[in-house]
Design a protein around this ligand. Structure first.
Ligand code: FAD
Length: 395
């Protein structure tokens, strides 16, 4: 058998690893337009404005690929897929045949259609290459703007602030982390971020990036913020270009069933590019689990994907934020606790924990995630506890 995997992110790597564990003979090839073997993409924000050791970023050492006989074709773009002929065409003109194809092409940063967004000095951070280019450009510069006050935007601003840059975060919503926190939690995070010296402009929209090289960002309300560089952190979109003009069914992402299989029998999809059950989470844990499921099914081991509930952690020293599960269900019973900058909110339904926000102290995050994922019945605890702190201590 001949397995081809488009991409070499965590979904692709998991697929390759799980095929090989169950099939020592077949040919497995991962193809990526990046120039590096699979690395921890989740660490990229922390490399901004910093020196780093590339070796520590790799998920597997080079030897692993050799030991497992997994071929990796780097700096190669897959231009198209022909599902009838079972071939992929690459940008160097070569054509490769497959028996089973796994599309794990991930996603790219969404950059809003703002005037001046293609100027030198405007970036979005998705790859190690983006980090290297950005770090080169900002060397010797002083003022930066991050457009987007979500998890990644705040992490980027924080790293650059630590490296000595004057940073401003511009957020469209009137509060930070609107997807990961409720209003009360957002206020606490806002205070900590401001105290760190990062400027916040909330409820604002970027109209234009001016100057060449850029010198400022003009907002829709007419205000101007000076900047030597701008980073967009406004979400991601799946990399669907490779399956356009094929009969592979796509909605927002590539549609997959419980086995990560597309509508075509020998083609699977996983990770940021796959849409499962109407959802694309764009999360590492989800990509990992889907890649594994796709790999197992591709090699003939029928495995149903067990949905991974979304959870995220803000990885900034001193601003511990963890959010998991459903935190916006109006029908949920809520349990709250607040003491200074420590804030917990738990969401329960039918005697089960369905979501949690932990700010300031996330030591219980793993435990909470397990309880949410397991759907454990907590009737006694929920009825006898007075607040979220007590529940966290007792579960
Ligand atoms: C800065 C940053 C921080 C993050 N932090 C977190 C976090 O804290 N927690 C979390 O859960 N998630 C986080 N994420 C998201 C997480 O990294 C992704 O969900 C995950 O990496 C997706 O993996 P993937 O394998 O689906 O795709 P990707 O990692 O995007 O890999 C896809 C690969 O395919 C390649 N490719 C695409 N099209 C082609 C083609 N046509 N030909 C050849 N190659 C192609 C791409 O270049 C890429 O290398 C973060 C992401 C970023 C950018």
């Amino acid at each position: 058998m001949n397995f081809i995997i488009i991409g070499n992110g965590i979904a692709a790597l998991q697929a390759a690893e799980n095929i090989r564990k169950n099939d020592s003979q077949s040919k497995i090839m991962m193809i990526s337009r990046e120039k590096y073997n699979t690395y921890f993409r989740v660490k990229l924000s922390h490399l901004l404005g910093q020196q780093f050791d590339l070796e520590k970023l790799y998920v597997k050492p080079q030897q692993w690929y050799e030991d497992n006989n997994i071929d990796v074709l780097l700096k190669r773009n897959v231009l198209s897929v022909d599902t009838d002929k079972k071939i992929v065409k690459l940008d160097d003109g070569s054509i490769l045949e497959y028996d089973v194809l796994i599309v794990a092409s991930g996603s790219h940063s969404f950059v809003p259609p703002v005037k001046g967004n293609n100027k030198k000095g405007v970036y979005a951070v998705r790859s190690l290459d983006d980090v290297e280019k950005l770090n080169d450009y900002i060397n010797g510069k002083r003022k930066g703007i991050v457009v987007g006050g979500g998890l990644l935007g705040l992490e980027a601003a924080w790293s650059l602030r630590q490296a000595g840059y004057d940073m401003t975060v511009i957020e469209f919503f009137p509060r930070l982390l609107p997807k990961q926190s409720d209003e009360e939690g957002s206020m606490i995070i806002e205070k900590i971020i401001k105290d760190s010296g990062i400027n916040l402009v909330l409820g604002a929209e970027v109209e234009e990036i001016t100057g060449d090289p850029i010198d400022s960002v003009v907002l829709k309300n007419g205000n101007k913020v000076n900047a030597d560089f701008v980073i967009f952190s406004a979400g991601v979109r799946p990399n669907l270009d490779v399956v356009s003009n094929t009969s592979i069914k796509v909605n927002k992402g590539i549609l997959v069933d419980d086995f990560m299989k597309t509508n075509i029998d020998n083609i699977y999809a996983a990770g940021d590019v796959a849409e499962y059950n109407g959802k694309i989470y764009g999360l590492w844990t989800v990509a990992l689990a889907q890649g594994k499921t796709a790999g197992l099914n591709a090699v003939g081991i029928k495995t149903v994907y067990k949905e991974v509930l979304p959870s995220s952690t803000l990885k900034i020293t001193g601003v511990d934020v963890f959010s998991s599960g459903d935190i916006f269900d109006d029908g949920a019973v809520t349990y709250r606790y607040k003491n200074g900058d420590i804030y917990y909110k738990l969401f329960a339904k039918e005697n089960k924990l369905i979501g949690a926000i932990l700010i300031g102290d996330i030591t219980n995050s793993t435990k909470v995630k397990k309880v949410i994922d397991s759907g454990l019945d907590l009737k006694e605890l929920l009825t006898s506890s007075k607040d979220a702190k007590e529940i966290l201590e007792k579960i």
